[in-house]
Design a protein around this ligand. Structure first.
Ligand code: ADP
Length: 467
């Protein structure tokens, strides 16, 4: 394609040059014959008054000194030749006389040579004459032929040279693309950390490789997270299953008393409840990742939900001396949310607060709102989280202290779910904590305008919300 376009371009260029050259030659020849006409005219004006013989004599002399093969003839107004060289007479039939005083041009063959002839009717010493001045076009034609010859020879050479150069250039410029393809083909799950070589030239290819590398980085991170998630999930599922199996096997080894059977079954039941909670959480996150969870967004009164959550937290801390208090406005605080998801979010935060607070501690829930946002804070006087752990606690399966957390029964999925719920609601979740002092988790959600306060609170069930 490139060669075809190139050949056509060169051909078009030569064609246009040819036309231009020919036109400029014609213009040059016309100027030459016009100049000759003027010279003859001037001579005639000088000598015409002295009589026809002198005029003829002067014209003959002029014709003798005339250079470059130029010819001319002069006739009077009746068509009688005042001066006519043999060449005109022998080879050329009488010219049609021009009717006005403008210069006319035409091309004719005189004695086998081509001439450009300028014709003009002039007024000299009260008489009218017709002058024909001819200039041979051969030298100009030779120049044109020469030019065309060069064109003919240069065209294939130029096309060939430009094609070879183009071929080499395209190969050279596509070499990085080849390398990118080879590297990209070799990247798979086993070597996701490999990156494409970034070309030095600051061009589109450089941007493309940088973009692809950034994409690979993201894919690698997600892949690592999924791999880690799968490994953690299988590990966390294997442990309770092993516990249940061992408990059943040991119990069945010999006949047991009813109390022993009851103990074993209770242990199996407790572990299976824990396992089904873990499975439930895993399923939630997996469905959240797949975008398969449908949230029903409606106006939700956070104050009402927090009151219910406080009651539940009191139930959670029943076997522990942890005081749970709530400070919330007496009027509703409306946000757009999914009531079930918001209950779950509050439960996760309160469950953690109670779980990680030793007996005798306390947990404070607070709700506030400003013009645009509502903020829930859950503060506890618990064991706290180390600075180094803070940035990770929202990651799946992350437990600040694995042994300690495991003893408390957590799998490290609660806060990951809490973060997903907050983000689904367009809000944010943050934590501040100090080891041995306690932690505070803050959830910020976009509040609905105040007019929702007009809705009668008594008509609203605690977990559902008005439409
Ligand atoms: P878990 O089920 O282990 O509680 P979470 O995702 O809810 O999992 O929490 C992740 C980790 O963050 C916990 O294992 C715990 O180490 C730490 N954590 C969460 N909430 C608190 C809290 N209120 N006080 C101290 N540590 C906490």
């Amino acid at each position: 394609m490139y060669c075809i376009v190139l050949s056509l371009s060169f051909a078009a260029f030569f064609w246009i040059s040819d036309i231009g050259f020919r036109r400029s030659i014609e213009a040059t020849v016309d100027i030459a014959s016009r100049t000759n006409l003027e010279t003859i005219q001037r001579l005639m004006q000088r000598t015409a008054a002295t009589g026809e013989d002198t005029l003829q004599h002067e014209l003959t002399e002029l014709s003798d000194v005339w250079a470059n093969g130029a010819l001319f003839e002069v006739a009077d107004e009746k068509g009688k030749w005042i001066f006519r060289p043999a060449r005109f007479a022998e080879t050329y039939p009488p010219l049609p006389l021009v009717r006005d005083h403008n210069v006319a041009f035409f091309t004719a063959n005189l004695d086998y040579f081509e001439y450009r002839i300028a014709l003009q009717r002039v007024q000299v010493a009260g008489k009218t004459y017709e002058i024909h001045a001819a200039v041979p076009t051969e030298p100009f034609d030779q120049a044109l032929d020469h030019f065309r010859l060069i064109e003919k020879e240069a065209l294939p050479v130029l096309v060939l040279a430009a094609s070879l150069l183009g071929y080499w250039l395209s190969g050279w410029s596509l070499a990085p693309v080849k390398r990118i393809i080879e590297t990209a083909e070799s990247i798979g799950a086993q070597n996701l950390s490999r990156r494409l070589e970034v070309p030095k030239a600051r061009d589109e290819l450089q941007r493309l490789t940088q973009t692809l590398n950034a994409m690979l980085e993201r894919i690698e991170n997600s892949f690592n997270k999924i791999t880690q998630f799968t490994a953690d999930a299988s590990h966390d599922l294997r442990t309770p299953v092993a516990i249940m199996r061992t408990a059943a096997e040991i119990t069945l080894r010999r006949p047991r008393t009813p109390v022993e059977y009851r103990d074993a079954l209770s242990k199996i039941l407790a572990t299976s409840v824990e396992t089904s909670e873990l499975l439930e959480n895993l399923l939630t996150l997996a469905r959240a990742d797949a975008g398969a969870i449908r949230t029903e967004m409606r106006p939700v009164d956070l104050a009402a939900h927090l009151r219910r959550a406080q009651e539940r937290a009191a139930f959670l801390s029943a076997d522990k001396d942890v005081d749970v208090t709530l400070e919330a406005p007496s009027i509703p605080v409306w946000v757009q949310g999914d009531a079930i998801a918001i209950d779950r979010l509050l439960l996760i935060l309160l469950d953690n607060a109670v779980k990680y607070t030793p007996s005798g501690g306390h947990c404070e829930i607070a709700l506030s709102r400003n013009d645009s946002h509502a903020e829930i804070s859950v503060r506890d006087s618990g064991i706290g989280i180390a600075e180094a752990d803070l940035k990770n606690i929202f990651d799946r399966f992350y437990r600040a202290d694995r042994v300690r957390s495991k003893n408390s029964g957590g799998a490290g999925l609660g806060l990951a779910i809490a973060r997903w719920i907050t983000e689904t609601h367009g809000g944010s979740i943050a934590v501040k904590s100090e080891i041995g002092v306690g932690s505070i988790f803050c959830v910020t959600l976009r509040a609905l305008p105040e007019q929702h306060n007009a809705i009668d609170l008594n008509e609203i069930p605690a977990t559902a919300s008005p439409t």
